[in-house]
Design a binder for this molecule. Structure first.
Ligand SMILES: Nc1ncnc2c1ncn2[C@@H]1O[C@H](COP(=O)(O)OP(=O)(O)OP(=O)(O)O)[C@@H](O)[C@H]1O
Ligand SMILES: [Mg+2]
Length: 273
């Protein structure tokens, strides 16, 4: 092959890579809106409950003018406000963040941040949560992308279970193979053998429109796979019809950054003050 031909191929290759990166970014953005929509109704509901708490304790505090009652009311109102702030902070950081900046992240923290967004939805569908942390792994990741992956897996799991079931999420540090493992397991329908080969394909979905007219776009798992592979990780699935499904993600382990203290990070309300 001549030099000009080689140069042309190289240029074409670079163009395709750039186009690929751009498509992944668009896929992430479109898919993210879908999962925000999925959670919107249960989060709005939770805000309503929080406001009811705030209003009732404000009334109580005004009616009973003893120090004890006022302290109790203010504490309840403060706790409700902090919970609301935690949810909005989580939602905003999830919806806003873009780009591909990666840094060493504590995977426990990532999981906890996602759970704030889905807790209500799980309760609403009577799904119990079993959370296990084995070790305290860190991985070099784009936090928002990994949260999007987790959110997708959790929403899929929830949808596979319908009403009632149990969701197990675990984070495991595997020093021997230098990897961090995240697993999301449900007790749902399982995936039939004829469906299984297609689940990671873009626009493959078995879900028809629900009562809100929202069917599956079939982008969830395609996005998960793209994100995990771009992090040099692996995603795999094990499933049994009628028993449930487990998705397992492996990411390369990194050392905990030396500037990180071991105590819990502060609640958003305290940070803002
Ligand atoms: N936990 C699970 N249990 C059973 N089936 C699953 C599970 N996760 C995924 N699937 C199957 O894989 C298909 C593809 O999943 P994917 O997340 O890519 O798309 P979707 O959930 O249908 O749509 P979207 O995520 O865009 O709303 C689903 O339609 C479903 O058939
Ligand atoms: Mg999905």
């Amino acid at each position: 092959m001549s030099q000009p031909e080689l140069d042309a191929l190289k240029a074409e290759n670079e163009r395709l890579q750039a186009e690929n990166a751009q498509l992944l970014e668009q896929l992430l953005a479109a898919q993210k809106l879908g999962s925000v929509g999925e959670l919107a109704s249960s989060i709005t509901h939770e805000f309503n409950n929080i406001l009811t708490t705030v209003i009732n304790y404000a009334k109580l505090g005004l009616r009973h003018r003893t120090d004890e009652m006022r302290d109790k009311s203010f504490n309840k109102i403060l706790a409700a406000g902090q919970r609301a702030s935690k949810i909005t902070t989580g939602m905003l950081s999830y919806a806003r963040s873009r780009g591909d900046r990666r840094e060493p992240m504590q995977l426990k923290q990532l999981v906890n941040d996602v759970l704030v967004l889905v807790e209500k939805d799980l309760q609403k569908h009577r799904i119990s949560l079993d959370l296990k942390f084995n070790g305290d792994p860190y991985a070099e990741v784009n936090a928002s992308q990994i949260q999007q992956v987790l959110l997708n897996l959790i929403i899929n799991a929830r949808q596979a279970m319908g009403e009632g079931g149990s969701l197990a999420i675990s984070v495991t540090e595997k020093q021997d193979e230098s990897s961090a493992e995240l697993a999301v397991r449900d007790t749902g329908s399982g995936i039939p053998p004829e469906t299984l080969p297609h689940i990671f394909d873009k626009f493959y979905s078995t879900k028809s429109a629900d009562e809100n007219g929202q069917g599956g776009t079939g982008l969830g798992l395609a996005m998960c796979k793209d994100v995990i592979e771009s992090h040099n990780g692996r995603i795999r699935v094990e499933t049994a019809i009628g028993h449930g499904t487990q998705f397992t993600i492996k990411l390369p382990l990194v050392a905990k950054p030396s500037f990180i203290r071991t105590d819990e990070t502060q609640a958003p309300a305290q940070r803002a003050g």
